[in-house]
Ligand binder design. Sequence first.
Ligand SMILES: Nc1ncnc2c1ncn2[C@@H]1O[C@H](COP(=O)(O)OS(=O)(=O)O)[C@@H](OP(=O)(O)O)[C@H]1O
Length: 386
Amino acid sequence: MAYRVLSSRIVPPSNKLSRRFLFVFTLSLSFTYLCYSVLFCSGTVMPRLHGFEEHGCARLESAGAKKLLQKAPFCAAESAQSGPNAALPRSEAASPARNQSGRRAAAQSARTEAARSKAGNGTSAQRYGNKKLPNALIVGVKKGGTRAVLEFIRIHPDVRAVGTEPHFFDRNYDKGLDWYRGLMPRTLDSQITMEKTPSYFVTREAPRRIASMSRETKLIVVVRNPVTRAISDYTQTLSKKPDIPTFEELAFKNRSQGVVDTSWNAIRIGMYILHLENWLQYFRLSQIHFVSGERLITDPAGELGRVQDFLGLKRIITDKHFYFNRTKGFPCLKKPESSSLPRCLGKSKGRTHVQIDQEVIEQLRDFYRPFNVKFYEMVGHDFRWD
Ligand SMILES: Nc1ncnc2c1ncn2[C@@H]1O[C@H](COP(=O)(O)OS(=O)(=O)O)[C@@H](OP(=O)(O)O)[C@H]1O
C-alpha cells in the first residue's frame, strides 16, 4: 500500500531527507489551511460547526469563492446573527454569560446592518433571519389609509412587511399556511412581520382563520369617515370601470325615501360596528388598534407613535420622517423603506373624489350616525365623523 511505502521511507529517524520532507509537508499543510481560512470568512465555517447552517452565509458557501468574496460584508452580519460563537475565541464561546453578551452584540450588529441597508442604499431585501408568519396585520378598512400606515411603519428597523396584499385569509386560504409563510420577508427574532389586506375586515371567515393561526395576532384597523370612504371607494371603481351607474343610483334603494342599499359593498364596509362584532368573537378589544384615517393625514407622526406603542416598538418614527408635499396635498416620507429619496404614495392614493350632491352626503351621514355612535362606544373613542 502507498501508506506503508511512505511510512517505511520516513520512519527511520536517521534519515535527514525524510525529516526535511516531513517539515516541508507540514509547513505547506499549515499554509494551505491559512489560505483557506482567509479566503472563506470564518463565519461561514464556524456556524456549520455549531449547527446553524440554515442561515445566510451557509447558503452563500455553495455559490463559489468569487460570489463569497463579493458578499463578504453581508457575511459578517449574517454570521453574527446565525452563529453567536463564531466571532469569539473558544474560551469565550464556552462561557454562557459572555456568550450572551456576544449574542447581543451580534444581534445589534445585524440590526445595524439591516437599518443601514434600509435607510441607505435602497436594497430592502433582508437576506438573513427566517420567514415567519405575521405577528401583526393591517386588516382594514379599504380606502381607510392602509397603504400609508404600512409604508410608514415599515421604515421602523424592527418591522419587516410584505409590500403587496397577500389576500390569504379571504381569497387564498386553501393554499395553506406554508404558502403564506413563503410570502413573508425574512425577519430576525427581534423584528415584527406584517402584511396588509384591507378586505379582511369585512370577510366573515377572516377573524376565525387568523385566530387559528395565532390568537395573539395584533390587528390594526384604519378607519375613516364612512361617507368619505364610500365616495373614495366609488371613485376608485369608476376609474377602472367608467360605465357604472352613478353613486346615488348605487347608494340608495329608494332615494326619495332615504332607503340606503346596504348590499352595496361601498356602503356595507362603512358599517364598522357590524364587522367589529365578528372580530370580537375571536379577539380581545385590546388586540385591535384603530388608526384614525383623518389624523393619519393631519398628524402622521402622532398616529404612527400610537401604532408603534401598540406593536411594542420603540418610538423611532417621528415628525422628522415626514414632510408635507403641497403638490400631492398629503404627508410624504423623507426616506421610505425602499429608497433613500423622499417619496409620496402613488397616484391611486389621494385621488380627487367624484363630486357628490351635498344632500346625498347628508342622507348618508344620517344613515351611518347610529352605527358610528355604537362603534365609538365599543372602541372607547369618538372619531368625530358627524
Ligand atoms: N400620506 C398619504 N398619502 C396618500 N394618501 C393617504 C395618505 N394618508 C392617508 N391617505 C389616504 O389613503 C387612502 C387610500 O387608502 P388605502 O391605502 O387603504 O386604499 S386601498 O384600500 O389600499 O386601496 C387615500 O384615499 P383617497 O384620498 O380617497 O384616494 C388617502 O386619502
